[in-house]
Design a protein around this ligand. Structure first.
Ligand SMILES: Cc1cc2nc3c(=O)[nH]c(=O)nc-3n(C[C@H](O)[C@H](O)[C@H](O)COP(=O)(O)OP(=O)(O)OC[C@H]3O[C@@H](n4cnc5c(N)ncnc54)[C@H](O)[C@@H]3O)c2cc1C
Length: 411
């Protein structure tokens, strides 16, 4: 006889996509396991800005009060810093928000946000396996078996097996691995590597979130919680290697990738240089990637995918957390009350994928277009001409990127 399922659903990864799916399913009475490889709180490469379009969803997930209490100031202006220019325009106000004062997004460190969401999922009844890495997913009769390995355990024999009819891959897209849902590792000169740091004492205006462009990449700055300014960026692998080589020769000793990035930002972008002038690094620079923008599958091989692994936008539009939270929620809505039968899961998978594309395709394509221009030859001068002459294009870009679009079920 085959062993029975241990849970109704197993969610792999406790980023915003995994926790929103787990939380929503647990509140519907599902028995849910969440498998997360890292110990929380943990910092993460991310700009940490969350659009106001998510606040109704955070309220439904019962974490809005905690989010409001922790998050940084309202972001009422969107900016553009590139070379020597700095322009700004109003951030569009989101509609369908829980309260009149909730029209603007704010930033919250991922160390705080992800812990807050995971704690809420645990309180809703989800069983949390952490630190535990999912290392295999195999079909097992009507269920799938997820092999998980705790902490630093290295032998396959020490792994625990969880079984459920519904498997949700929410492990992000930046790490290769043995799971059928993980992406292959490919190294290309044009890869975009992600970097992020917090600084205290920055002079960046508290209500302004500027997009940064610089040779070889783009980024953003925003004031998050507890006076921490979050600066994050993506830079081409080949550009970074070249800059690092010349800085190392100049200094007569090895210079780290992060030091190179910070030096490049300060040297090529006046707005970033001024915001960092009196600021102090708060914790180390973090690196991740390469990022893997694109639209992938939401359901494949009887496994559901949410967040970055279903599809990822260039972070130039700062919408990845929105897409993660909302896709987890959308999947939970589609899964509904029961988990039975592969035919039923396939129907759910098709509906989920269609809903996902309707919600997110436009912003992924818009982000791709802006990112290509920003990184491509002559992109910096072109964007400086456009935004310098028509700052309103920044407001329009924020709208196109989904910042005012309600989460599914809240329109
Ligand atoms: C430079 C940069 C700046 C950004 N800025 C913003 C921004 O300002 N606003 C915004 O909305 N988005 C931003 N993003 C995008 C955002 O960070 C991502 O889209 C978001 O984190 C995706 O969430 P997720 O839940 O899908 O995956 P993740 O947040 O990556 O979470 C995945 C989780 O799965 C765990 N995991 C992985 N593998 C396993 C395994 N095998 N077993 C168990 N656990 C596993 C990981 O430890 C992690 O906790 C930015 C991205 C970059 C690169």
């Amino acid at each position: 006889m085959r062993p029975a399922s241990t849970h109704d659903a197993i969610v792999i990864g406790a980023g915003p996509a995994g926790t929103s799916a787990a939380l929503a399913l647990a509140r519907r009475g599902w028995t849910v396991a969440i498998v997360e490889k890292s110990v929380f709180p943990r910092r993460k490469v991310c700009g940490e800005y969350i659009s106001a379009s998510n606040l109704a969803l955070l309220e439904r997930l019962e974490v809005l009060d905690a989010w409001r209490a922790e998050a940084g100031p309202e972001i009422r202006r969107v900016g553009f810093f590139s070379g020597d220019i700095g322009v700004e325009a109003p951030m569009p106000r989101a509609k369908s928000v829980p309260a009149a004062g909730d029209g603007f997004g704010r930033a919250l460190g991922r160390d705080i946000l992800d812990s807050l969401l995971l704690d809420a999922a645990r309180s809703a009844g989800a069983e949390v396996f952490q630190p535990c890495r999912a290392i295999a997913i195999e079909r097992d009769g009507a269920c799938q078996a997820v092999r998980i390995q705790a902490g630093a355990a290295s032998s396959r024999d020490e792994a625990t097996i969880l079984r459920a009819p519904v498997i949700v891959a929410a492990h992000g897209s930046w790490e290769a691995g043995p799971l059928p849902t993980q992406l292959e590792k490919n190294v290309r000169p044009s890869d975009l590597l992600g970097f992020k740091a917090h600084f205290s004492g920055s002079t960046l205006p508290p209500d302004l979130m500027p997009l940064l462009t610089f040779p070889g990449g783009y980024g953003g700055m925003v004031l998050a919680d507890h006076g921490r300014m979050s600066i994050s960026c993506c830079i081409r692998r080949d550009v970074l290697a070249r800059l690092r080589g010349s800085l190392t020769r100049e200094h007569g000793g090895q210079v780290s990738a992060a030091e190179t990035v910070e030096h490049h930002l300060r040297a090529t972008c006046r707005g970033a240089r001024e915001a960092l002038e009196q600021a102090n690094l708060d914790g180390p620079w973090l690196a991740a990637g390469p990022i893997r923008p694109g639209i992938r599958s939401g359901y494949d091989g009887d496994i559901f995918r949410v967040g970055n692994i279903a599809g990822e936008s260039h972070p130039i539009i700062a919408e990845g957390i929105s897409m993660a939270l909302q896709s987890g929620w959308l999947l939970a809505l589609e899964l509904g009350a029961a988990a039975s039968g592969q035919a039923r899961r396939e129907a759910v998978g098709r509906r989920y994928e269609a809903g996902w594309r309707e919600l997110f395709s436009t912003r992924i394509l818009a982000a791709e277009a802006i990112a290509r221009i920003a990184i491509g030859p002559g992109g910096g001068p072109m964007l400086r001409a456009v935004f310098g002459n028509f700052p309103q294009a920044l407001t329009l870009g924020a709208r196109l990127s989904g910042k005012t679009r309600a989460a599914p079920g809240f329109g």
